[in-house]
Write a protein of this length. Structure first.
Length: 247
């Protein structure tokens, strides 16, 4: 009996929106039904409350009636891990780009949480244009090609300072618990993607692979942290690669 297309849910990074996946979804085979929502606090969901991991899990669960594959970039990758652990019977595969399971050390996580709270207060005092320019200077993003920076800035301007402040408070690296000690529970195939220039997340990816039962690492040449923006065709190709033969 023929089956319908595979639902593929794509979760964007902090300050991005679902529109940031457009070039990836355009390059996917027709057997996929891609869905790229705006995460709470971002884009069209800027006013959706509470901005919390449980809220995001609820939103993702509502996007597909049955099983689905799940892709996440940076913040979206961290959230994708939370979704996979919360919905183990629904998520059939993970693709994580420039992602990590969080900060394992409680003291370091508390420091990051305090820093994110401070930044959230500052964001509320800025225009979205000013914050977009500031965030573009973040170390892992500052080396993006000019055309990627321009497209990303346009996407960031779909957000609001209040929404991003709430996202920092509710979904930031310091706000969420570490999942390092739960990676062994993820039994589905996991593609871990990192950019060649993204040394920090390449290291995190290699460490994650040691804990995930069915992981595969791909380092995409010539790219930085936002691989899906710099080389969307490569990311689409990795997504389209059938993981069924992997054990």
């Amino acid at each position: 009996m023929p089956t319908g297309p595979t639902t593929l849910i794509l979760l964007h990074g902090f300050t991005n929106t679902g529109a940031s996946w457009a070039d990836v979804t355009a390059a996917l085979p027709r057997r996929y039904r891609p869905v790229a929502p705006d995460i709470r606090g971002h884009g069209d969901a800027t006013d959706r409350r509470p901005v919390s991991v449980d809220g995001v899990i609820e939103d993702v669960a509502a996007l597909a009636p049955g099983g689905f594959e799940l892709v996440g970039y940076s913040m979206g990758g961290r959230l994708a891990l939370h979704v996979a652990l919360a919905l183990p019977d629904r998520v059939t595969r993970l693709v994580l780009i420039g992602a990590s399971p969080g900060i394992a050390d409680p003291g370091e996580r508390a420091q990051r949480h305090a820093a994110d709270e401070h930044l959230a207060d500052a964001v509320r005092m800025m225009t979205i244009e000013r914050f977009a320019a500031r965030w573009a200077l973040t170390a892992v993003l500052a080396d993006q090609p000019a055309e990627v920076q321009a497209a990303t800035r346009a996407d960031r301007l779909r957000n609001t300072p209040d929404g991003l402040a709430e996202a920092l408070r509710g979904l930031g690296t310091g706000a969420l618990p570490s999942l390092w000690n739960r990676l062994g529970e993820v039994k589905v195939p996991v593609d871990l993607i990192a950019g060649e220039r993204d040394l920090k997340f390449r290291a995190a990816t290699e460490k994650m692979a040691a804990y995930l039962p069915r992981a595969r690492i791909t380092v995409v040449p010539g790219t930085g942290h936002a691989v899906h923006l710099e080389d969307p065709a490569a990311v689409a190709s990795i997504i389209a690669d059938d993981p069924g033969a992997r054990t």
